[in-house]
Design a protein around this ligand. Structure first.
Ligand code: NAG
Ligand code: NAG
Ligand code: NAG
Ligand code: NAG
Length: 296
């Protein structure tokens, strides 16, 4: 009884280690620009989308932020994620100079005037299943006439405390190889020239299982290995228990499917023997029996 008991103990003791790699309770606090989905528990890391002048471990150094075309809107947009835009901006409409360095999205109108559509924010949120990032506190919103068209800002806009432009970005998982280096950012619209809505398609918007830098977690290969190992253990232990207690086998015959393994072994031996005979091309007698070694 010694061997099965020892094997069982080994098997049981291996289970907790195999599955307790990332316990919910001991997770480190989330880094900026990362989030756990409340509905699926997946981990999202948007840091690879963050552009920097010096480059990061995910992105090479750049001097231009991401662009989104405005199409019928009379401007194109420049956007960075979780961080301020890499461009150096001067004289942004309604933004005090000490806050200009924190602008995360902006556009330039046809007259060349710069408008901020939000200050930086590195806290993505989940609204249901949708991963979102918003920027607030941009340039003052224009006043609209009764048709919803902005009244020219030069005389009417600044007298009363104003709403400020903001940006809402919805992230969509897209593993397309075309998007491996940069996301696809689509401007969806701005119903009131005050809130700007974008859709961002990226592979980094696809949830992962764990925080990539977390220690002691298993990659897909590791998980497969654990499953394979457990399956083998179950097969071995179950087989030994069955052969011992039901079939009343002893010794090597306790090994499950002993005949098959033994057969496989002798088949391989015979094959090797045959091939060596063939390669020697000697006119010796051999018998084509697959399961037992035969003597000439
Ligand atoms: C970015 O750098 C390239 C050359 O490295 C230069 O030609 C270009 O003008 C720069 N763009 C900006 C916005 O500074
Ligand atoms: C926006 O970009 C497109 C192409 O990149 C360009 O044709 C268009 O003139 C730009 N629009 C504005 C308002 O700058
Ligand atoms: C604004 O930018 C400065 C320098 O770039 C940075 O140190 C600071 O944390 C930023 N503020 C916010 C609220 O992100
Ligand atoms: C904007 O994001 C902040 C956190 O980053 C969140 O608390 C707030 O509810 C968001 N606002 C909207 C309108 O989504």
């Amino acid at each position: 009884m010694y061997t099965p008991t020892a094997l069982t103990l080994l098997f049981l003791s291996s289970i907790p280690f195999g599955f307790s790699a990332a316990p919910e309770t001991t997770r480190p606090p989330l880094k900026p620009c990362t989030i756990h989905s409340t509905t699926t528990g997946s981990f999202f890391d948007l840091r690879p989308l963050q552009l920097t002048l010096d480059g990061s471990k995910y992105q090479s150094a750049v001097n231009e932020s991401f662009h989104a075309r405005g199409y019928d809107y009379p401007a194109n947009f420049s956007i960075n994620f979780c961080d301020s835009v890499v461009e150096t901006l001067d004289d942004v409409d309604g933004i005090p100079s000490n806050r200009v360095a924190n602008i995360s999205a902006f556009y330039k109108n046809q007259k060349g005037e710069l408008y901020s559509i939000g200050q930086q924010n590195d806290q993505p949120i989940f609204r249901g299943k949708k991963l979102l990032l918003n920027y607030t506190n941009g340039s003052p919103c224009p006043e609209l006439d009764e048709d919803g068209v902005p009244i020219d800002s030069d005389f009417a806009a600044r007298k009363v405390p104003q709403r400020r432009k903001s940006t809402l970005m919805s992230f969509i998982c897209d593993t397309s190889p075309l998007l491996s280096t940069k996301p696809a950012i689509s401007f969806l619209g701005s119903p009131d020239h005050c809130t700007y809505i974008f859709e961002v398609r990226s592979r980094y918007a696809c949830g992962g299982t764990t925080q990539s830098e977390e220690k002691g977690t298993l990659g897909p290969g590791g998980v497969f290995g654990v499953i394979l190992g457990i399956a083998l253990l179950v097969y071995l232990i179950g087989g030994v228990v069955y052969q011992r207690n039901v079939m009343h086998q002893r010794g090597w015959k306790q090994v499950p499917n002993y005949a098959v393994w033994a057969g496989l072994f002798s088949f391989i031996s015979v094959s090797l023997l045959l091939s060596s005979l063939f390669s020697q091309r000697s006119p010796r007698i051999y018998c084509p029996c697959p399961y037992t070694l035969c003597s000439p």
